[in-house]
Design a protein around this ligand. Structure first.
Ligand SMILES: CC(C)(COP(=O)(O)OP(=O)(O)OC[C@H]1O[C@@H](n2cnc3c(N)ncnc32)[C@H](O)[C@@H]1OP(=O)(O)O)[C@@H](O)C(=O)NCCC(=O)NCCS
Length: 247
């Protein structure tokens, strides 16, 4: 299964490119930095899907954790588009990252997380570890586990509505990249895909570098092939121009 990770620096807001739901969320935000992050994520998702489809791809937001449409994952709205692509977004610091999986009709889920190591404290370990998992001895390792489990919960579409302690991750390297496999450790019914399907988590720290950890999880696929692309500013501007409505 091919997974593309596309990263960009946060860009100035482009409210004229946002759909009605994202525009309403954008207007509710007060801080310019939060508005820019939301706008960058939405434009990035739309541009990358448009590249694949050769047309605009309508998307919808819904949280599978609680059913809300006010927050949650964003996926293609039309069933035929959803059968081809799934997406996941994460923001940390000045970076916005998008994962797109080309699912070719398969029932897969994708979840991406990026976190700053400096925001991780060893005292949160009990909120992360399930029974039997060894406590990490460094913030670096704990942050790595956090991103792996958050990526899994995002791939399931429920986010932190399900506790990280309900998910077990076991180290597992594949395709020359370190990572984990994920397994249900608790009884929550939202973990069912982990009981029925493989879930592979790839460590993407090499993509974000330095002081951040990152991971992408894919449910329903035995193998993942991860590719990464950083969006240059020229590419961003040409995307924005191509998405502007004709005068
Ligand atoms: C989703 C969640 C894990 C994000 O964590 P985070 O580290 O703060 O943020 P990230 O930048 O990594 O991810 C944000 C993105 O996750 C995606 N996302 C949100 N909820 C999601 C969910 N349930 N499943 C998968 N992805 C989700 C969104 O695309 C969001 O970006 P966008 O709003 O710009 O589109 C976390 O906010 C969460 O689980 N929240 C659920 C609890 C909650 O919202 N409670 C309040 C209302 S009931």
């Amino acid at each position: 299964m091919r997974v593309e990770i596309v990263t960009t620096a946060v860009q100035p807001s482009r409210p004229e490119l946002l759909g009605p739901a994202d525009l309403a969320r954008w207007r509710r935000l007060r801080r310019e930095a939060d508005r820019d992050r939301l706008s960058t994520g939405a434009v990035l998702r739309q541009a990358v899907l448009r590249e694949r489809a050769g047309r605009a791809v309508p998307v919808v937001r819904r949280c599978r954790g609680c059913g809300s449409t006010d927050h949650g994952e964003v996926q293609p709205a039309a069933p035929e588009d959803l059968a081809r692509w799934r997406t996941s977004t994460s923001h940390a610091g000045g970076t916005v990252a998008l994962a797109v999986v080309d699912c070719e009709g398969a029932d897969v889920g994708v979840g991406l997380d990026v976190e700053a190591v400096s925001r991780t404290d060893l005292c949160i370990a009990p909120l992360v570890l399930c029974d039997g998992e060894q406590p990490p001895t460094s913030r670096w390792d704990l942050c790595g586990l956090w991103t792996a489990k958050e990526a899994v919960l995002k791939a399931l579409g429920c986010g932190l509505h399900v506790a990280m302690t309900e998910v077990e991750v076991r180290p597992h390297a594949a395709d020359g990249k370190p990572g984990w496999t994920a397994h249900a450790a608790g009884e929550d019914s939202r973990l069912q895909p982990l009981r029925e399907q493989p879930c592979r988590v790839v460590d993407l720290t090499y993509v974000v570098g330095g002081s951040q950890r990152s991971a992408v999880a894919v449910t329903g696929a035995d193998h993942t092939h991860v590719e990464h692309r950083q969006v240059a500013s020229g590419r961003w501007l040409s995307w924005v121009e191509s998405m502007l409505p004709d005068e």
